[in-house]
Design a protein around this ligand. Sequence first.
Ligand SMILES: Cc1cc2nc3c(=O)[nH]c(=O)nc-3n(C[C@H](O)[C@H](O)[C@H](O)COP(=O)(O)OP(=O)(O)OC[C@H]3O[C@@H](n4cnc5c(N)ncnc54)[C@H](O)[C@@H]3O)c2cc1C
Ligand SMILES: O=P(O)(O)OC[C@H](O)CO
Length: 580
Amino acid sequence: MTFSIKTRQEEIERLKNEKLDLLVIGGGITGAGVALQASAAKMKTGLIDMQDFGGGTSSRSTRLVHGGIRYLKTFDVQVVSDTVKERAIVQHIAPHMTRPDPMILPIYDEPGTTFTMFSVKVAMDLYDHLAGIEGDSPLIKYANYTMDKAETLKREPQLNSENLQGAGVYLDYQNNDSRLVVENVKKAHELGCLAVSRLKCIAILHNDQKQVNGVRVHDNLTGEEFEIHADVVINTSGPWSDLVRQEDKAVYKKPRLRPTKGVHLVVDQSRLTVPQPTYFGSGTADGRMIFTIPREGKTYFGTTDTDFTGDYAHPTVEQSDVDYLLNIINKKYPSAHLTINDIEASWAGVRPLIEVEVEGNEAADAATGASVSDSTSAPSAVSRGSSLTEAEDGLITLAGGKLTDYRIMANGAMKKIQQKLHDKFSKNFTLQNSAEIKVAGGDFDSDHAEEELARIAKNGVAAGITADDAKEIANLFGSQAEQIYDYAKTIKPAAGLSLGETAALDYSLAEEMTLTPVDYLLRRTYHILFKSDTLNQVKEGVVNHMSDYYGWDKEQKTQYVHDLEQEIAQSRLDKLKNKK
Ligand SMILES: Cc1cc2nc3c(=O)[nH]c(=O)nc-3n(C[C@H](O)[C@H](O)[C@H](O)COP(=O)(O)OP(=O)(O)OC[C@H]3O[C@@H](n4cnc5c(N)ncnc54)[C@H](O)[C@@H]3O)c2cc1C
Ligand SMILES: O=P(O)(O)OC[C@H](O)CO
């Protein structure tokens, strides 16, 4: 019960009564990375999120740890240089989620193409060079190469052959974004961070010298409001960063973000079969590039990139998003003939793109060099860099960036926080090398991850769990699977769930601050997004088991079931399908 509803109240009492060195507002990947590094440096750290950890953009990405090869076209070389090197480090510290998965980049002779056969080879060579994939690199087996048209069609037969020139193949990594967040949060918590979800910052507090010294929060579970005091406060609220800065009424001047929405759609792999992740030009004048990615027996594809001014917590997939993506996919894979009825799941996320340079006396350090654009630029031309700023009253904001460079973004922020605690509060902390701090579940040999996860899964079978469940548990929870297998030895399967599913759920409730069925089925596991075939079988068992664990009354259980069914209906695009 180390990270659960049972510890949540205890930690709220500590947040009320103990002054922190650092408070982190926002528990997406950016905030989680800062909280882990601050806790590793033995700062008394608090991390709050108004939703579930990872409930924002960090569970709505393309689920890649990648260097953004297309950013070379907009000369975002700093972002590429940072992120392409960072991939191997993220794989090292989070090996159960970040897996090498070479990308095919088919080249078409078409309007608006991002690459030609010549430029894709130059880009891939630069990409590999920046990542050190050369010479005797342990990753040399993933060095890039090109394929001619025939080889490309042999590799990926469903691709449109018309105007196809060939393809590049280069290393990128698949990732489980939601679990990357929660494993960072769990590690931070293990290192002493007071991490509480469903706590919303509703005001920024100041001392007599008009310097930030804390926040007022609203507990979204209980309705209680209280203050949390800290020497330093950092705003890592992603797309909400401007809204949190607006709470800092004394110094807020203007927004700096240009939020854009990105949508992904999921079909069964029988409807669209791709052998490995594929990344190609949209074939339209918007300069976008689209991914098609195999995952868990499904194929997902995306993304759109459109300015977004809606509710950042509930970005929705619209008909125009579906039409855009299906039009491109059916052109690139002419034998697919996908329609909206083939879509089994979907998700929409909001990029926290930085558009406006800092203004006034804000101090800015380019964490990963957000090159500034203006509102006339196409969304895809806006930099994917991040920025680190400090307002006149001391509120620090770390925004933008990618999920891939979360660790180096946090590195930059930690140097500023360390300096501030030294200069203003005479507190000295030693920053740790976060490249060597494995996230929760990463305690196994990263250089032999596949073999290690297979070895771990065998222990699950020995505990009486089916081979499929044991493998899935190992892939999701990494070295923590051993704990789940131990659970399995002492419990009986819950109604409607297998022994493995029951043990994994028990673990998540006790050790991952999993508070709702949506937390579990959408973010801690792949059930809603990639396992729609069996979702109906497990969801009732999950709800009933959680209801017993939490002691929900009839009204609470009805509400959680309603929220879950709404999430599933939205993911399945029921509203759009019913309009047809
Ligand atoms: C469609 C799409 C695809 C992408 N694909 C990739 C990819 O494949 N690889 C990659 O590296 N990057 C990718 N990205 C970028 C990456 O997802 C984001 O850069 C990253 O997730 C941003 O994380 P964050 O922690 O800054 O924001 P978020 O994850 O949004 O976290 C901010 C958190 O702050 C919380 N919050 C907000 N206001 C408050 C408040 N007042 N009080 C308390 N909490 C608050 C929110 O609930 C939220 O959980 C993609 C982005 C999109 C949209
Ligand atoms: O921000 P974009 O346009 O690169 O889209 C996000 C990708 O899908 C993955 O990072």
